[in-house]
Design a protein around this ligand. Structure first.
Ligand code: GLU
Length: 393
Protein backbone atom coordinates (compact mmCIF):
# COMPACT_ATOMS: atom_id res chain seq x y z
CA UNK A 1 0.00 0.00 0.00
CA UNK A 2 2.61 2.52 1.11
CA UNK A 3 4.83 1.39 -1.73
CA UNK A 4 2.14 2.25 -4.27
CA UNK A 5 1.85 5.73 -2.79
CA UNK A 6 5.55 6.21 -3.23
CA UNK A 7 5.48 5.11 -6.87
CA UNK A 8 6.23 8.54 -8.24
CA UNK A 9 5.01 7.77 -11.73
CA UNK A 10 1.48 7.40 -10.34
CA UNK A 11 1.41 11.15 -9.87
CA UNK A 12 0.63 13.67 -12.57
CA UNK A 13 2.55 16.76 -11.48
CA UNK A 14 5.37 16.59 -8.91
CA UNK A 15 7.29 19.37 -7.16
CA UNK A 16 10.71 18.33 -5.88
CA UNK A 17 12.41 20.50 -3.27
CA UNK A 18 16.14 20.08 -2.95
CA UNK A 19 18.00 21.30 0.12
CA UNK A 20 21.25 23.25 -0.10
CA UNK A 21 23.35 20.64 1.69
CA UNK A 22 22.59 18.10 -1.05
CA UNK A 23 23.81 20.31 -3.86
CA UNK A 24 26.61 22.26 -2.27
CA UNK A 25 29.77 21.27 -0.44
CA UNK A 26 31.11 24.14 1.63
CA UNK A 27 34.66 23.53 0.43
CA UNK A 28 34.36 22.24 -3.10
CA UNK A 29 31.16 23.98 -4.22
CA UNK A 30 28.58 22.34 -6.47
CA UNK A 31 28.17 18.57 -6.18
CA UNK A 32 28.03 17.93 -9.89
CA UNK A 33 27.74 14.16 -9.87
CA UNK A 34 24.81 14.31 -7.43
CA UNK A 35 23.10 16.89 -9.63
CA UNK A 36 23.66 14.77 -12.75
CA UNK A 37 22.16 11.73 -11.05
CA UNK A 38 19.19 13.84 -9.91
CA UNK A 39 18.63 15.08 -13.45
CA UNK A 40 18.68 11.48 -14.70
CA UNK A 41 15.92 10.67 -12.17
CA UNK A 42 13.93 13.70 -13.34
CA UNK A 43 14.35 12.65 -16.99
CA UNK A 44 13.16 9.14 -16.12
CA UNK A 45 10.05 10.53 -14.43
CA UNK A 46 9.32 12.82 -17.34
CA UNK A 47 9.70 9.94 -19.75
CA UNK A 48 6.85 8.29 -17.84
CA UNK A 49 4.66 11.33 -18.49
CA UNK A 50 5.02 13.03 -15.10
CA UNK A 51 5.40 16.82 -15.09
CA UNK A 52 8.25 17.89 -12.82
CA UNK A 53 9.03 21.20 -11.13
CA UNK A 54 12.15 21.74 -9.05
CA UNK A 55 12.50 24.09 -6.10
CA UNK A 56 16.25 24.28 -5.71
CA UNK A 57 18.03 25.78 -2.73
CA UNK A 58 21.73 26.40 -2.79
CA UNK A 59 22.14 29.91 -4.16
CA UNK A 60 23.38 31.40 -0.91
CA UNK A 61 25.50 28.36 -0.01
CA UNK A 62 27.12 28.35 -3.46
CA UNK A 63 27.62 32.10 -3.52
CA UNK A 64 29.32 32.15 -0.16
CA UNK A 65 31.73 29.46 -1.36
CA UNK A 66 32.51 31.41 -4.52
CA UNK A 67 32.94 34.66 -2.58
CA UNK A 68 34.82 32.87 0.19
CA UNK A 69 32.64 34.35 2.94
CA UNK A 70 33.37 33.22 6.48
CA UNK A 71 31.45 30.40 8.16
CA UNK A 72 28.52 31.15 10.46
CA UNK A 73 25.49 33.39 10.09
CA UNK A 74 25.58 35.93 7.28
CA UNK A 75 24.24 39.45 7.51
CA UNK A 76 21.23 40.06 5.31
CA UNK A 77 23.20 42.05 2.73
CA UNK A 78 25.87 39.32 2.63
CA UNK A 79 23.18 36.68 2.00
CA UNK A 80 21.73 38.82 -0.76
CA UNK A 81 25.13 39.25 -2.41
CA UNK A 82 25.90 35.54 -2.02
CA UNK A 83 22.53 34.69 -3.58
CA UNK A 84 23.22 37.00 -6.52
CA UNK A 85 26.48 35.20 -7.24
CA UNK A 86 25.27 31.71 -6.40
CA UNK A 87 21.97 31.81 -8.30
CA UNK A 88 23.72 32.25 -11.66
CA UNK A 89 25.96 29.27 -11.00
CA UNK A 90 23.05 27.21 -9.71
CA UNK A 91 20.73 27.94 -12.63
CA UNK A 92 23.45 27.26 -15.19
CA UNK A 93 24.30 23.96 -13.53
CA UNK A 94 20.66 22.82 -13.66
CA UNK A 95 20.26 24.00 -17.22
CA UNK A 96 23.41 22.20 -18.40
CA UNK A 97 22.70 19.00 -16.57
CA UNK A 98 19.08 18.81 -17.75
CA UNK A 99 20.11 19.61 -21.31
CA UNK A 100 22.08 16.34 -21.49
CA UNK A 101 18.61 14.71 -21.34
CA UNK A 102 17.25 17.14 -23.95
CA UNK A 103 15.24 18.94 -21.26
CA UNK A 104 15.01 22.73 -21.26
CA UNK A 105 15.18 24.41 -17.86
CA UNK A 106 13.40 27.70 -17.05
CA UNK A 107 14.36 29.82 -14.05
CA UNK A 108 11.67 31.32 -11.80
CA UNK A 109 12.59 33.48 -8.82
CA UNK A 110 9.78 34.25 -6.41
CA UNK A 111 9.32 36.50 -3.41
CA UNK A 112 6.67 36.23 -0.74
CA UNK A 113 4.54 38.86 -2.47
CA UNK A 114 4.35 36.69 -5.59
CA UNK A 115 2.47 34.05 -3.67
CA UNK A 116 0.64 36.19 -1.11
CA UNK A 117 -0.91 38.82 -3.37
CA UNK A 118 -3.57 37.21 -5.44
CA UNK A 119 -2.89 39.18 -8.65
CA UNK A 120 0.83 38.36 -8.60
CA UNK A 121 0.06 34.79 -7.58
CA UNK A 122 -2.13 34.31 -10.64
CA UNK A 123 0.57 35.85 -12.80
CA UNK A 124 3.32 33.58 -11.45
CA UNK A 125 1.02 30.59 -11.84
CA UNK A 126 0.33 31.47 -15.46
CA UNK A 127 4.05 31.72 -16.27
CA UNK A 128 4.86 28.40 -14.63
CA UNK A 129 1.91 26.80 -16.39
CA UNK A 130 3.17 28.06 -19.73
CA UNK A 131 6.65 26.67 -19.07
CA UNK A 132 5.15 23.27 -18.30
CA UNK A 133 3.04 23.36 -21.46
CA UNK A 134 6.20 24.06 -23.43
CA UNK A 135 7.76 20.96 -21.94
CA UNK A 136 10.28 22.83 -19.80
CA UNK A 137 11.26 22.00 -16.22
CA UNK A 138 10.87 25.11 -14.03
CA UNK A 139 13.79 25.58 -11.63
CA UNK A 140 12.42 27.73 -8.82
CA UNK A 141 14.04 29.52 -5.91
CA UNK A 142 13.28 32.45 -3.68
CA UNK A 143 14.54 35.74 -5.08
CA UNK A 144 16.94 36.13 -2.17
CA UNK A 145 18.75 39.09 -3.73
CA UNK A 146 15.81 41.40 -3.15
CA UNK A 147 13.91 39.64 -0.39
CA UNK A 148 14.36 41.39 2.94
CA UNK A 149 13.58 39.88 6.33
CA UNK A 150 10.03 41.19 6.29
CA UNK A 151 9.09 39.90 2.89
CA UNK A 152 10.94 36.63 2.60
CA UNK A 153 10.03 33.03 3.08
CA UNK A 154 13.54 32.28 4.29
CA UNK A 155 13.06 28.56 3.76
CA UNK A 156 12.34 26.67 0.60
CA UNK A 157 10.16 24.02 2.30
CA UNK A 158 7.21 26.37 2.61
CA UNK A 159 8.01 28.04 -0.71
CA UNK A 160 7.89 24.61 -2.38
CA UNK A 161 4.54 23.87 -0.73
CA UNK A 162 3.14 27.16 -1.96
CA UNK A 163 4.42 26.38 -5.45
CA UNK A 164 2.87 22.90 -5.27
CA UNK A 165 -0.55 24.32 -4.37
CA UNK A 166 -0.15 27.13 -6.88
CA UNK A 167 0.31 24.73 -9.78
CA UNK A 168 -2.12 22.09 -8.51
CA UNK A 169 0.62 19.48 -8.05
CA UNK A 170 -0.49 16.16 -6.62
CA UNK A 171 2.84 15.40 -4.94
CA UNK A 172 5.51 17.43 -3.16
CA UNK A 173 8.82 15.68 -2.42
CA UNK A 174 11.11 17.31 0.15
CA UNK A 175 14.66 16.05 -0.23
CA UNK A 176 17.17 17.02 2.43
CA UNK A 177 19.47 15.31 4.90
CA UNK A 178 16.44 14.07 6.91
CA UNK A 179 14.88 10.80 5.76
CA UNK A 180 11.45 11.37 7.26
CA UNK A 181 9.46 12.36 10.32
CA UNK A 182 10.44 10.59 13.52
CA UNK A 183 8.35 10.20 16.67
CA UNK A 184 11.16 12.01 18.54
CA UNK A 185 14.59 13.51 17.82
CA UNK A 186 16.49 10.50 16.40
CA UNK A 187 19.90 11.72 17.61
CA UNK A 188 18.65 11.99 21.21
CA UNK A 189 15.97 9.34 21.51
CA UNK A 190 17.05 5.75 20.72
CA UNK A 191 13.39 4.69 20.56
CA UNK A 192 12.47 7.29 17.96
CA UNK A 193 10.62 5.63 15.08
CA UNK A 194 10.30 6.85 11.51
CA UNK A 195 6.66 7.31 10.51
CA UNK A 196 6.13 5.73 7.09
CA UNK A 197 2.67 7.21 6.73
CA UNK A 198 1.09 10.30 8.24
CA UNK A 199 -2.67 10.27 7.68
CA UNK A 200 -3.25 13.75 9.08
CA UNK A 201 -1.10 16.50 10.59
CA UNK A 202 -2.53 16.57 14.09
CA UNK A 203 -1.14 18.60 17.04
CA UNK A 204 0.69 15.38 18.08
CA UNK A 205 2.43 15.20 14.72
CA UNK A 206 3.34 18.88 14.96
CA UNK A 207 4.83 18.28 18.38
CA UNK A 208 7.21 15.71 16.87
CA UNK A 209 8.80 18.37 14.67
CA UNK A 210 11.79 19.91 16.41
CA UNK A 211 13.46 23.08 15.23
CA UNK A 212 16.78 21.69 14.01
CA UNK A 213 18.55 23.36 11.12
CA UNK A 214 22.09 22.81 9.90
CA UNK A 215 24.35 25.62 8.74
CA UNK A 216 23.59 24.96 5.09
CA UNK A 217 19.88 24.35 5.32
CA UNK A 218 17.37 26.72 6.78
CA UNK A 219 14.40 24.52 7.26
CA UNK A 220 14.27 21.99 10.05
CA UNK A 221 11.39 19.57 10.55
CA UNK A 222 9.24 22.49 11.69
CA UNK A 223 9.16 24.12 8.24
CA UNK A 224 8.64 20.70 6.65
CA UNK A 225 5.53 20.13 8.74
CA UNK A 226 4.33 23.64 7.91
CA UNK A 227 4.90 22.75 4.26
CA UNK A 228 2.92 19.55 4.81
CA UNK A 229 -0.02 21.49 6.18
CA UNK A 230 -0.06 23.84 3.20
CA UNK A 231 0.26 20.98 0.69
CA UNK A 232 -2.06 18.38 2.20
CA UNK A 233 -4.85 20.89 2.89
CA UNK A 234 -4.83 21.62 -0.82
CA UNK A 235 -5.10 17.92 -1.68
CA UNK A 236 -1.41 17.43 -2.49
CA UNK A 237 0.45 14.48 -0.96
CA UNK A 238 3.93 15.02 0.47
CA UNK A 239 6.98 12.81 0.85
CA UNK A 240 9.96 13.61 3.08
CA UNK A 241 12.99 11.58 2.06
CA UNK A 242 16.74 11.74 2.30
CA UNK A 243 18.45 13.15 -0.75
CA UNK A 244 21.81 11.81 0.34
CA UNK A 245 21.96 8.74 -1.89
CA UNK A 246 22.66 9.47 -5.53
CA UNK A 247 19.41 8.90 -7.45
CA UNK A 248 17.21 9.78 -4.44
CA UNK A 249 13.96 9.60 -6.40
CA UNK A 250 14.80 6.11 -7.59
CA UNK A 251 15.58 5.24 -3.95
CA UNK A 252 12.13 6.41 -2.81
CA UNK A 253 10.49 4.34 -5.54
CA UNK A 254 12.53 1.32 -4.59
CA UNK A 255 11.04 1.50 -1.09
CA UNK A 256 13.79 3.48 0.64
CA UNK A 257 13.04 5.12 3.99
CA UNK A 258 10.67 8.07 3.77
CA UNK A 259 7.50 9.52 5.25
CA UNK A 260 4.37 9.88 3.13
CA UNK A 261 1.76 12.48 4.15
CA UNK A 262 -1.77 11.84 2.93
CA UNK A 263 -3.57 14.60 1.02
CA UNK A 264 -6.75 15.92 2.64
CA UNK A 265 -9.77 13.86 1.59
CA UNK A 266 -11.63 16.60 -0.19
CA UNK A 267 -9.32 19.10 -1.80
CA UNK A 268 -10.50 22.63 -1.14
CA UNK A 269 -11.20 24.98 -4.00
CA UNK A 270 -8.37 27.00 -5.51
CA UNK A 271 -9.57 30.09 -3.69
CA UNK A 272 -9.58 28.33 -0.33
CA UNK A 273 -6.22 26.77 -1.08
CA UNK A 274 -4.81 30.23 -1.49
CA UNK A 275 -6.41 31.47 1.74
CA UNK A 276 -5.19 28.50 3.77
CA UNK A 277 -1.63 28.86 2.54
CA UNK A 278 -1.24 32.55 3.34
CA UNK A 279 1.84 32.96 5.48
CA UNK A 280 1.25 36.42 6.87
CA UNK A 281 -2.29 36.89 8.14
CA UNK A 282 -2.98 40.57 8.76
CA UNK A 283 -4.69 39.94 12.08
CA UNK A 284 -6.75 37.45 14.00
CA UNK A 285 -10.13 36.85 15.58
CA UNK A 286 -10.43 34.83 18.78
CA UNK A 287 -13.72 33.00 18.90
CA UNK A 288 -15.72 31.13 21.52
CA UNK A 289 -16.44 27.40 21.69
CA UNK A 290 -19.92 27.77 20.19
CA UNK A 291 -18.57 29.59 17.14
CA UNK A 292 -15.81 26.99 16.78
CA UNK A 293 -18.42 24.23 16.65
CA UNK A 294 -20.38 26.20 14.06
CA UNK A 295 -17.24 26.69 11.91
CA UNK A 296 -16.40 23.00 12.11
CA UNK A 297 -19.83 22.17 10.76
CA UNK A 298 -19.29 24.44 7.77
CA UNK A 299 -21.08 27.58 8.97
CA UNK A 300 -19.97 31.22 8.63
CA UNK A 301 -18.40 33.11 11.53
CA UNK A 302 -20.90 35.55 13.01
CA UNK A 303 -19.89 38.60 15.09
CA UNK A 304 -21.62 37.12 18.17
CA UNK A 305 -19.00 34.39 18.49
CA UNK A 306 -15.98 36.72 18.28
CA UNK A 307 -14.32 37.48 21.61
CA UNK A 308 -11.28 39.44 20.56
CA UNK A 309 -9.95 41.19 17.47
CA UNK A 310 -6.18 41.55 17.02
CA UNK A 311 -4.17 43.47 14.44
CA UNK A 312 -5.14 46.01 11.85
CA UNK A 313 -6.66 44.58 8.72
CA UNK A 314 -8.92 45.77 5.98
CA UNK A 315 -12.00 44.06 4.62
CA UNK A 316 -10.86 41.25 2.32
CA UNK A 317 -7.53 40.70 4.08
CA UNK A 318 -6.60 37.21 5.25
CA UNK A 319 -6.98 36.74 8.98
CA UNK A 320 -6.31 33.84 11.33
CA UNK A 321 -9.10 32.46 13.46
CA UNK A 322 -8.11 31.36 16.93
CA UNK A 323 -10.23 28.69 18.61
CA UNK A 324 -11.31 28.50 22.23
CA UNK A 325 -8.09 26.64 23.13
CA UNK A 326 -5.93 29.56 21.95
CA UNK A 327 -4.78 27.70 18.85
CA UNK A 328 -5.28 28.67 15.24
CA UNK A 329 -8.05 26.62 13.68
CA UNK A 330 -8.90 28.44 10.46
CA UNK A 331 -8.05 31.22 8.07
CA UNK A 332 -10.46 33.42 6.22
CA UNK A 333 -11.04 36.70 4.45
CA UNK A 334 -12.30 39.43 6.77
CA UNK A 335 -15.83 40.63 6.06
CA UNK A 336 -15.18 43.81 8.04
CA UNK A 337 -12.11 45.91 8.66
CA UNK A 338 -10.50 45.61 12.09
CA UNK A 339 -12.01 48.77 13.53
CA UNK A 340 -15.57 47.75 12.66
CA UNK A 341 -14.88 44.19 13.75
CA UNK A 342 -13.92 45.48 17.22
CA UNK A 343 -17.17 47.41 17.48
CA UNK A 344 -19.42 44.50 16.59
CA UNK A 345 -17.48 41.65 18.22
CA UNK A 346 -19.76 39.72 20.56
CA UNK A 347 -22.88 41.48 19.25
CA UNK A 348 -25.95 39.89 17.72
CA UNK A 349 -26.29 40.31 13.97
CA UNK A 350 -29.45 42.39 14.47
CA UNK A 351 -27.47 45.00 16.46
CA UNK A 352 -24.89 45.58 13.71
CA UNK A 353 -26.92 48.19 11.83
CA UNK A 354 -27.42 50.26 14.98
CA UNK A 355 -23.73 50.14 15.94
CA UNK A 356 -22.28 50.79 12.50
CA UNK A 357 -25.02 53.04 11.18
CA UNK A 358 -25.56 50.85 8.15
CA UNK A 359 -26.77 47.32 7.52
CA UNK A 360 -23.52 45.42 7.19
CA UNK A 361 -23.15 41.82 6.17
CA UNK A 362 -24.28 39.19 8.63
CA UNK A 363 -21.00 37.25 8.70
CA UNK A 364 -17.67 38.40 10.11
CA UNK A 365 -16.10 35.77 7.84
CA UNK A 366 -18.34 34.13 5.26
CA UNK A 367 -18.07 30.36 4.95
CA UNK A 368 -17.11 30.66 1.27
CA UNK A 369 -14.07 32.67 2.38
CA UNK A 370 -13.15 30.39 5.25
CA UNK A 371 -11.01 27.30 5.45
CA UNK A 372 -10.19 25.13 8.45
CA UNK A 373 -6.43 24.79 8.84
CA UNK A 374 -6.30 22.46 11.82
CA UNK A 375 -8.25 19.45 13.01
CA UNK A 376 -9.70 19.75 16.55
CA UNK A 377 -7.04 21.32 18.76
CA UNK A 378 -4.95 23.09 16.15
CA UNK A 379 -1.55 24.66 16.49
CA UNK A 380 -0.53 27.45 18.82
CA UNK A 381 -1.34 30.74 17.17
CA UNK A 382 2.04 32.23 17.88
CA UNK A 383 3.70 29.30 16.13
CA UNK A 384 1.95 29.89 12.87
CA UNK A 385 4.51 32.31 11.47
CA UNK A 386 7.50 30.53 12.90
CA UNK A 387 10.50 30.46 10.65
CA UNK A 388 9.43 33.50 8.70
CA UNK A 389 12.34 35.70 7.86
CA UNK A 390 14.94 33.67 9.69
CA UNK A 391 18.48 33.90 8.39
CA UNK A 392 20.58 30.86 9.17
CA UNK A 393 22.72 30.31 6.11
N1 GLU B 1 16.73 30.22 -1.05
C1 GLU B 1 17.88 29.78 -0.33
C2 GLU B 1 19.06 29.54 -1.27
O1 GLU B 1 18.87 29.23 -2.39
C3 GLU B 1 17.65 28.49 0.42
C4 GLU B 1 16.59 28.48 1.47
C5 GLU B 1 16.55 27.14 2.19
O2 GLU B 1 17.61 26.57 2.50
O3 GLU B 1 15.46 26.62 2.46
O4 GLU B 1 20.18 29.62 -0.89
Amino acid sequence: MTKARKALDKYRRVVIKIGSALLVDRKTGLKKSWLDAMCADIAALRAKGVEVLVVSSGAIALGRTVLDLSAGALKLEESQAAAAVGQIVLARAWSESLSTHAIVAGQILLTLGDTEERRRYLNARATIGQLLRLGSVPIINENDTVATTEIRYGDNDRLAARVATMVGADLLVLLSDIDGLYTGPPHLDPNARLLETVAEITPDIEAMAGGAASELSRGGMRTKIDAGKIATTAGCAMIIASGKPEHPLAAVEAGGRSSWFAPAGSPVTARKTWIAGQLLPAGSLSIDAGAETALRSGKSLLPAGVRQVTGSFGRGDTIAIIGASGREIARGLAGYDAEEARQIAGKKSAEIAVILGYAGRAAMVHRDDLVMTAPSGGRLAEESDEGKGKLHA
